[in-house]
Ligand binder design. Structure first.
Ligand code: GLC
Length: 443
């Protein structure tokens, strides 16, 4: 059910996003404010909530009736945050190489993780933690020059004036009781105002827009609300056509997406929130190769972990973030602030390009052979080196015919003693900005 719904959502979202890109929002007008996002490449997503107490699906567990709503809400009493250390979280995020973080200010279950005045359902008023999770975290992030993102669920299945409740029961029909819907609207927009004024997010990550139309949510007004607090705030593409970038979820593009900005959100194991029963952890190698693929296709990766109710982070997530961080430090030049490089067909693997288009980076997964081949490169190569290893590589131009305009193949010898355990990156320094031969071969 959830998967089918998510798939449908994804399809609708893509439709909505392209419609929004074409009609409602002018990409040129927002490209300046999107620059930090385009350069950032890596964000960390955090699903923090009472669902970590029993380790059940965030909000969906009661919606899908795996647990009763009352049983779900009992978790409020077990949410302590007693070891929560926002500075340590921010240090780990910095270490991972991420340039931004997005945290759940409120999931579909309606439990706010910040100090809302709009109702009593919050980590401050309804749990033994008695704490605002978000303010101190944003402060710690800002100290480390990391941008702050607020995830906010438009859906609120616990609110008495929200129509949806579980998969087969709803409270009322909006068309029959618009006054009640208006009360809910005042409520959720009030929360958005609070977050905008107190927390001033650099990025808003709305979720759950699929339950109602743009007219019902008043998406245009919500966009204005957000931007009036911070005109430079970036909004994800889940506001029924009023967001700035697309958010494919747990799905890997095969061909390069056409959107100017996109972000793959992905979990380190299989779930967004903390679930001890889920041990299907991705390895650092898997995360790094996925990350390189995303960057080479012009996107960002928003990599999620779910903390425990006491505020500690599962060791497996810490391990992945640290290994990714070490790899990022070694290969920063090939990742951050780059642009996608070669279309498919020139090189078997991900590639990126420096902003001035003269350094081409080739990513070699795992255990590369002795040689790799680069096809259709018109430029002359100045030098090739193994990034982060300070080691030169040699190459040979093969099959270049003097009378033909078709470039030869560059066979590059990969220095076997300099292989990175995860992904080796070759830096190909060109004598001039990249030019590619895209034809079908000469006569
Ligand atoms: C989906 C789910 C939600 C999760 C989100 C993250 O929209 O409803 O549980 O938080 O994806 O991308």
């Amino acid at each position: 059910m959830k998967n089918a719904l998510l798939l449908l959502t994804f399809t609708l979202l893509l439709g909505t996003f392209s419609a929004s890109a074409q009609t409602k929002i002018d990409p040129k007008a927002i490209s300046e404010k999107m620059q930090w996002f385009a350069d950032a490449k890596l964000g960390i997503f955090i699903h923090a909530g009472i669902y970590s107490v029993q380790g059940v699906d965030e909000s969906w567990s009661f919606y899908n009736k795996k647990i009763s709503h009352a049983g779900y809400m009992k978790q409020l009493q077990g949410f302590t945050l007693k070891q929560y250390d926002p500075a340590a979280w921010a240090d780990l995020i910095k270490e991972s190489g991420a340039r931004y973080a997005v945290i759940t200010t409120k999931h579909h279950d309606g439990v706010a993780m910040y100090d809302t005045k709009m109702n009593d359902l919050s980590s401050v008023k309804a749990t033994p933690a008695k704490r605002d999770m978000i303010g101190p975290f944003f402060e710690a992030l800002r100290k480390r020059d990391i941008k702050c993102g607020a995830y906010f669920s438009l859906i609120d299945w616990s609110h008495p004036d929200y129509p949806g409740f579980t998969k087969d029961s709803s409270r009322y029909f909006v068309t029959r009781d618009y006054a009640r819907w208006n009360r809910f609207r005042t409520f959720f927009q009030g929360q958005i105002r609070e977050i905008a004024s107190q927390l001033k997010p650099d990025l808003w990550w709305f979720d759950g827009d699929w339950e109602h139309s743009a007219e019902r949510w008043e998406s245009e007004k919500v966009r204005h609300l957000v931007l009036s607090g911070n005109p430079n705030a970036i909004i994800n593409g889940r506001l029924q056509g009023y967001g700035d970038y697309a958010t494919p979820e747990q799905n890997f593009p095969v061909s390069r997406p056409k959107y100017p900005w996109w972000e793959l959100c992905m979990t380190i194991n299989n779930n967004w929130g903390y679930q001890p029963a889920d041990t299907n952890w991705k390895t650092p190698y898997e995360v790094i190769t996925i990350f390189a693929d995303v960057v080479s296709n012009g996107g960002n990766l928003l990599l999620d972990f779910g903390p425990r109710e006491d505020g500690t982070i599962p060791e497996e997530s810490v391990h992945v973030l640290k290994e990714l961080g070490a790899w990022n430090r070694k290969h920063a030049e090939a990742v951050f602030g780059t642009q996608p490089a070669l279309p498919q067909g020139h090189f078997y693997g991900p590639t990126t390009l420096s902003k001035d288009s003269t350094s081409l980076f080739l990513f070699l997964a795992g255990n590369p052979g002795k040689e790799v081949v680069l096809k259709g490169l018109i430029n002359e190569i100045e030098s090739i080196s193994v990034l982060g290893a300070n080691a030169p590589a040699t190459w040979k131009i093969v099959g270049k015919i003097s009378w033909s305009a078709v470039p030869g193949l560059a066979y590059i010898q990969v220095p076997q003693s300099k292989i990175d355990p995860y992904m080796t990156v070759l830096k190909v320094q060109l004598k001039s900005p990249l030019r590619l031969y895209r034809g079908e071969g000469g006569l």
